[in-house]
Design a protein around this ligand. Structure first.
Ligand SMILES: [Zn+2]
Length: 165
């Protein structure tokens, strides 16, 4: 049998791995604000001034304690993305997202780190681009649970088009 004729067998299975971790004081503050008020808070390093989200108690570069909280706007820029053609299991629900869909990294305005999340855009390379402006879409108040799934996805801001199109 040649390599071209090799049969590849796929074994579907469902793996149920319940997992719980302590979010810690800083991430708890961010998740509580997200859940209760629909606001996103990050921390600023007093030395290098990086705005970090998720918030970290200590700046990984300067090794000093982050103490100043900064509210971020609910808009940002897509800095990387992929179009997924395989299901991706959502860690907060354990359920797969049906492909194709867009998954990407969004840098909220003023932040130095990114959030990786679903991008509610047509999974078409002609309609998604690095630099696309996006906004956070939250679960409705009262339905939020206090984890990153309170951000349902990012969606493109209206009235923009891919540069060069
Ligand atoms: Zn720093």
């Amino acid at each position: 049998m040649t390599a071209r004729e090799t049969e590849w067998i796929s074994i579907p299975m469902t793996v149920d791995v319940p997992y719980r971790f302590a979010a810690g004081r800083y991430l708890t503050k961010t998740l509580t604000q997200l859940r209760d008020n629909g606001r996103i808070f990050a921390v600023e390093c007093p030395r290098c001034r990086r705005i970090q989200l998720p918030p970290r108690i200590v700046c990984a570069q300067c090794h000093v304690r982050n103490g100043r909280w900064v509210e971020l706007p609910l808009e940002g820029t897509l800095v990387a993305f992929t179009i997924m053609f395989l299901p991706l299991t959502d860690p907060t629900t354990g359920k797969p997202h049906e492909p194709p869909f867009v998954y990407g990294s969004v840098r909220l305005d003023g932040c130095d780190s990114v959030l990786d999340h679903l991008i509610h855009a047509e999974p078409d390379r002609g309609k998604v681009w690095v630099g696309m402006r996006c906004r956070v879409v939250l679960r409705p108040p009262g339905e939020r649970v206090g984890d990153l799934s309170d951000i349902v996805h990012f969606e493109p801001l209206p009235d923009q088009s891919r540069p060069g199109s």
